[in-house]
Design a protein. Structure first.
Length: 240
């Protein structure tokens, strides 16, 4: 969902770059300047800036910024270890933690008038989901070898014609549910806020929705991370 006026559009105009207004640009440069792309770079730059600002000088007696990151990183590491095992958590922590931090900031940035959430585009959420989906199959193959196929055929051979299509469909459905859930919730928040700002922005009508939007943004990031951890954990378990 694009706001009527996007803050990034002003920057693109000042730089002499195209400002696309459709869902897909006509040229390669326009596609690179799509709102979901430019705001993705903005979120990445913000995270790098905050990390550099708060973690530039690590100290034995941490300050507020270092305390915050130790709490966040330590909490995520403990959660991942409890659900995937410490070894798998150590391997996958950089990827899952990066996705979690990116999604929560990307969700929240759309609450600022003139900004949009990159996760309000199906292109962003589907890209994240495809990475998770492929990775969890790689984990399964590495953990079980070719025996990984047993996750899809059921416990007895005569149930294969019934269970194999069901398991394949349910596995592919993970891509749809994981991407559509995040995209749908954030797009709905963006759309509702845009309508309320245009109709009654001067009377603080959007304020309750903005408060709810903060909750939705955080919860949807947690759901994405939780399901990613569950998929990775299931992939390395033995077939039952």
């Amino acid at each position: 969902m694009e706001h009527p006026i996007l803050f990034i559009s002003i920057i693109l105009e000042k730089l002499g770059l195209p400002v696309p207004h459709g869902p897909v640009g006509h040229t390669f440069i326009e596609q690179l300047c799509e709102p979901y792309m430019t705001y993705t770079w903005f979120v990445m730059a913000f995270l790098l800036f905050v990390a550099k600002l708060t973690l530039g000088n690590l100290e034995m007696i941490p300050g507020k910024g270092q305390n915050f990151w130790e709490l966040v990183v330590g909490g995520m590491d403990s959660f991942f270890a409890e659900n995937m095992g410490q070894e798998m958590a150590d391997k996958m922590f950089p990827m899952i933690a990066t996705f979690g931090l990116y999604i929560v900031v990307a969700n929240l940035i759309g609450l600022i008038p003139g900004f949009m959430s990159p996760t309000a585009s199906i292109n962003t959420t589907l890209a994240l989901t495809i990475i998770v989906w492929i990775t969890h199959h790689i984990i399964g193959v590495r953990a079980h070898g070719w025996s990984y196929y047993k996750h899809f055929i059921g416990p007895v051979w005569w149930l294969i014609p019934l269970l194999l299509p069901i398991e394949l469909i349910s596995n592919f459905a993970r891509m749809i549910s994981l991407s559509i859930r995040l995209f749908g919730n954030i797009m709905a928040k963006e759309t509702l806020l845009a309508i309320l700002f245009m109709l009654a922005g001067a009377f603080f009508a959007p304020l309750p929705i903005m408060i709810l939007g903060v909750l939705v943004s955080v919860v949807q990031a947690m759901v994405f991370v939780l399901l990613t951890v569950v998929y990775f954990s299931q992939a390395q378990e033995h077939a039952h």
